[in-house]
Design a protein around this ligand. Structure first.
Ligand code: HEM
Length: 211
């Protein structure tokens, strides 16, 4: 039962990542006028290089991170894990730095600037901690920090899903974007913290870490 639900979770995750990646890649072929986020066209035209860096690295972080999750289950060679992990960490840094720059001009003003700025900072910090931990051979700490990092990467998916959901629930686009700029990453982080502090889980982490 637990195995079936974790498979279902992975299928749903892969489908959501695929949808966001496909939409984001469309941004690389189109002019800013063709973007879905019409409110920000003048800003994106002005900061095109930052936006492109953010999207290319964001897509790489999402795909390499999801690949790690899928492939870890079939015991891939360690070299593959290290190689994909390096692509992931470098992509997070690229997308995070560009995300910090884009946060300054985020739509919706200071509250969204702070939300996206914090998200970008914590995203890079969690990823650096995960890399630092594995370099010191601390596998259990690496697992927890990489779980935090990937939960923040998924904000690229949950933001879009939550803006849509909140609008269906009756909020305007502006209200939905304000709320989702926080919930898209705070809820993901809380879910990871809850899962790490769940007694069964922490025991399992300790067991797999010492294996
Ligand atoms: C997790 C950390 C992330 C941060 C801090 C972040 C930050 C930002 C910011 C500040 C903007 C500009 C929003 C505005 O103008 O109001 C933006 C736009 C965008 N980001 Fe990210 N982002 C993150 C993850 C991702 C990921 C993983 C992707 C994957 C493809 C992505 C794709 C995009 C795209 C396509 C846009 C253009 C606007 C849109 O369609 O929503 N971002 N991001």
């Amino acid at each position: 039962m637990a195995r079936a639900s974790s498979r279902l979770w992975l299928v749903l995750l892969s489908m959501s990542v695929f949808a966001v990646v496909a939409k984001a890649l469309g941004y690389l072929t189109a002019t800013p006028e063709a973007y879905g986020f019409a409110e920000q066209i003048p800003v994106y035209r002005e900061h095109r290089v930052w936006l492109l860096l953010h999207i290319v690295c964001g897509v790489l972080a999402l795909t390499s991170g999801t690949m790690q999750l899928l492939v870890l289950r079939v015991r891939a060679p360690a070299a593959f894990h290290r190689w994909t992990g390096s692509v992931y960490a470098l992509s997070v840094m690229g997308a995070g730095i560009a995300g910090l720059r884009l946060a300054l001009t985020a739509w919706g003003g200071i509250a969204n600037t702070v939300a996206f700025g914090l998200l970008a900072g914590l995203w890079m910090l969690a990823t650096m901690r995960a890399v630092g931990a594995i370099r010191q051979g601390a596998a259990a700490s690496h697992r927890i920090w990489i779980a935090r990092s990937f939960a923040l990467t998924l904000a690229g998916v949950t933001l879009r899903a939550e803006v849509g959901l909140f609008q269906v629930l009756g909020l305007s686009f502006e209200e939905a974007y304000h709320v989702a700029s926080w919930t898209c990453w705070v809820l993901n982080l809380l879910a990871v913290e809850w899962s790490c502090s769940y007694p069964g889980r922490s025991r399992q982490n300790a067991l797999t870490a010492s294996a």
